[in-house]
Structures are given as C-alpha cells and as structure tokens.
Design a protein around this ligand. Structure first.
Ligand code: HAM
Length: 454
C-alpha cells in the first residue's frame, strides 16, 4: 500500500486556507446578493449528456477531462466540470420561466476536470458563479462582467483587465467557421500536430492554441467580429458602451473563443497582469496529462510556468442563448453568466478578502486541571458560547505554566483557570493577561463579567 495521499490534482484545504475560501465565498455572495442574485446549489453529479451536449463534442473538457461513472442502476453520470449547463437544467426542470425574468442565481462549490495539474490548475477546483437566465439585454452581459470585476477588486486583486470578444450567433458563426477552416486548411503544414486534429473536430479551438507554430498562423486568421450580423454587432457595441460608462478596463481579443461550445455573442475572461498571477505551464508533448497514474503522491501542481505566457484567467463567462434547446427545452432561453476560479484568486499574494464572519478571535483561554474540573468544563464552555464569548481550550494535560505561556503567545486577553477546588466551589479564576491580575468569580457571573471587559 503506498503512503496515503490525496488523488493527483486534488488537495485537502486546511485551517487558514479554508478560511480564505470561506471568506471569499462570503464576500462574493454578499456582492452578488446586492446585485439581485439568489443562491442555488445543484448536484455534484449530473447525467453525462447534460455536459456532453452543451459543452460540445470537440472540446477538451468533454473529450479528455470529464470524470464519469456508471451507477449500479446503469445510469452514466459525470462529476460536474462546470456549473452553467446544470443551472440551465435546473431552470427548465423547475419551470423557472414562470418566475419574473431574468432569474438571477449564484452558486459556489467544487468542480472536476481531469487536467494536467500545475499552479492554478487543479483536477478538483472551486468556482463562484453568477447566471442571469431569461434575458437578451446587453445590460445583463455588462452586469455579469461588472459584478465579477467588483468581486475581484474587493478581494484586493490589482491590474485587472477584461478580455472580450463576440462570436456571434449560429448563422453568423457558420460563415465564420467556414472561412476559418478554409484559412487553416491552406496552412495545415504550419499548424501544430494537435491543432491539425482540431481542424476536423473544432476549428474554433485552434484560435486559442498554445502551440508557437499555430500562434504564428493565428496572427492572420479571420476575426469573428467581422462576421457579426447587425443585431449581434449592436449588442456587442452596447456591452462595450456599458463597460466604458462604468470605467471597466477591457481589451477586444479576437482569438478569444473559450473552451465551451455553448456560447453565443459575448465571451470574456478576466485576468490580472500582476507578476504573481499564475501562468500557463509549458506543455511538453511527451508529458501530457493523463499519462501519470491518478493516485500519484503529492508531486502535483509543480509544473513550470512559462513566465512570458499570458496569465491564467481568474474568471470566464459569456452569453449562451441556445443552451436551453440543446438540453431539451422547447424554446430558447437567452442567458449570460460567469464563473470565478476561487483557487486562483485566493492564492494571489494580494488576496485580502476579510476572514469568514463566524471566525472570532478567542477572548478566553480555558485551562482545566484535574478530572473533576474536566468533567464540568464542557458546561462552562457552553455557557460562554451562549453568551457569544469565543474560547480556546486546552484539552491536554499540560502544566499550568506551559499553558499560560501558550495563552501569552497567542495574545489571548483572559485565561480561565478551573481546578478541583474551583469545580467544587462553582467558581473560576480569571487572569487578566495584560497585567497578570487575578479574580475569583462564581461561574454564574462569569459570562456577564467577561462581557463587561474588553
Ligand atoms: P471556465 O472558463 O471553464 O468557464 O472556468 C471559469 C474559471 O474557473 C476559469 O477562469 C478559472 O479561473 C477557473 N478554472 C477552470 N478550470 C480550472 C482548473 N482546472 N483549476 C483551477 N481553476 C480552474 C466555465 O466554467 C463557465 N461555466 C463559465 C460561465 C458561467 N459561462 C457562463 N456562465
């Protein structure tokens, strides 16, 4: 049996790291609520076809990255690689079209993709997402981008830039994909090997290829915005106008098509161009993901980033007006949304969202000495909890002097000393660590006494 280790690309999130995630969630949920979003939680497992049909056959997520399983009843389920398709499934399943539109939802939780782990890229990762369903309006696209940007700003993230593009609708995209395919066919010998394959399955994906040979070819590729019909052009112009009005810095990125097939019109990503931002690791062809065993020890996430590479996106999203029909709705439901990559955000040195609200710094260090005192000590802690006085306690039998030393080191203002004598008398010694003075208090008055002190 090998030494115990979490599966490759997955991690335990412990102590302070956990509080960072929780603090992020509280901040993001608060901002989303002010903008009118309400919470939803969908299952971690969905029927596989929900993702297969919507994300698209030729995409990396569906072809290589989905964790799937067959249940004892014979259903094929997938661990969710993203949230949008499931949110739309929930909207249709619960007839949310009967509610006032748009329905604005936020969600948070773990997602799973069998990717090659590196800094900022995990196989289990956390997203916070916002989705507005049942609206065509360009203001919804702008609101999605603005809320994502505000969340990042309020977490202390600097040098944010929105990369944005419009990939049009089905009809305009067909013409674009045709011309793009023709362009690549003429230059097929200059494409990287993986991209030659993509030409057959999903030519749009060649546009965001990391292969240096393909990148050269991409410089002359046709641009999607040249193919937009009048209404898509108008929509895109309006979105940009909103961004300008709100002072959101953006850059039109013609090669941005995103790794999911369900998008229509607006697509965007948000990056932070600080030097500490995680960047794409150089993928050497002989060291592709999936080669290493999944239960490998914790050597994961150490792949070398290419310092010249574009920073990895902290958030991504776009409009998905046709997704509903793909999953079986009788009519189209226009919608737009975004997800923020929480692991990437909380790992930035400048991340500074406040700690979770439930986290209180302890006011009291509680030392119990002897069995009689231990026996009664949990009742004392419960009395303090009810009075909302946070306690740190020593369950171990360390010496009094050692325990006082710990309280001092942790800067806890009061120490409670509860020995056999106090347990019998129903009292406790309260030591003020600022001046080392001591008072003996009846237990019945303890909470009140502590509350009256700083
Ligand atoms: P996505 O671009 O695939 O979009 O993911 C959104 C964000 O999740 C990324 O920008 C990144 O920060 C984070 N992320 C993705 N994969 C990983 C990974 N392996 N490890 C760590 N972080 C990761 C979506 O998932 C869409 N559902 C977004 C959306 C919402 N579109 C419309 N509504």
């Amino acid at each position: 049996m090998p030494a115990p280790a979490a599966p490759k690309g997955m991690r335990d999130i412990i102590g302070d790291a956990f509080y960072k995630y929780q603090g992020f969630f509280e901040k993001a949920a608060e901002i989303a609520s002010y903008y009118g979003f309400t919470p939803i939680e969908t299952p971690i497992l969905e029927r596989k076809e929900i993702f297969e049909k919507t994300i698209g056959g030729g995409t990396d997520i569906v072809e290589k990255e989905m964790y799937t399983l067959r249940t004892k009843g014979g259903d094929i389920l997938a661990l969710r690689p993203e949230g949008t398709a499931a949110i739309m499934r929930a909207y249709v399943e619960h007839g949310m079209n009967a509610l006032p539109q748009p329905v604005m939802l936020y969600y948070y939780g773990p997602f799973f993709r069998h990717e090659r782990p590196q800094r900022g890229r995990f196989r289990e990762f956390f997203q916070f997402g916002i989705e507005s369903l049942g609206t065509k309006q360009s203001i919804a696209d702008a609101l999605t981008i603005r809320v994502s940007q505000i969340i990042l700003e309020e977490c202390g993230i600097k040098n944010l830039c929105v990369l944005i593009n419009s990939i049009g609708e089905k009809d305009s995209r067909a013409g674009y994909v045709k011309d793009l395919t023709a362009y690549y066919r003429k230059r097929i010998d200059d494409l990287g090997p993986e991209d030659r394959e993509r030409l057959k399955t999903n030519p749009l994906r060649i546009l965001d290829s990391k292969d240096p040979k393909t990148k050269e070819v991409n410089k002359g590729a046709p641009e999607s915005i040249q193919y937009l019909n009048e209404s898509c052009k108008e929509h895109f112009r309006e979105v940009l106008e909103y961004l300008e009005e709100m002072g959101v810095p953006y850059r039109i990125e013609n090669s941005l098509v995103r790794g999911l097939d369900y998008y229509t019109r607006t697509v965007f990503e948000i990056i932070s161009d600080t030097p500490s931002s995680p960047r794409d690791a150089s993928v050497s062809p002989e060291k592709k993901e999936g080669d290493a065993p999944d239960a490998a020890p914790a050597e994961q996430a150490n792949a070398q980033a290419d310092p010249g590479a574009e920073p990895l996106a902290l958030a991504g999203g776009g409009r998905y007006d046709n997704l509903a029909k793909i999953i079986g709705s009788r009519r189209d439901i226009p919608a737009v949304g975004a997800s923020l990559g929480v692991d990437r955000i909380v790992s930035l040195p400048e991340y500074s969202a406040p700690p979770p609200r439930m986290l209180k710094s302890p006011k009291v260090y509680f030392i119990q000495i002897g069995t009689g005192a231990k026996l009664k000590s949990l009742n004392v802690i419960e009395t303090l909890r009810k009075a909302r006085i946070p306690v740190l306690q020593a369950l171990n039998k360390n010496k009094l002097s050692a325990q006082l030393g710990i309280a001092e080191k942790l800067n806890i203002p009061y120490v409670l000393i509860f020995g056999q004598k106090e347990a019998i008398e129903g009292t406790v010694i309260v030591r003020d660590m600022s001046n080392h003075s001591q008072d003996t208090m009846p237990l019945t008055k303890l909470a009140e006494y502590l509350k009256g002190r700083k």
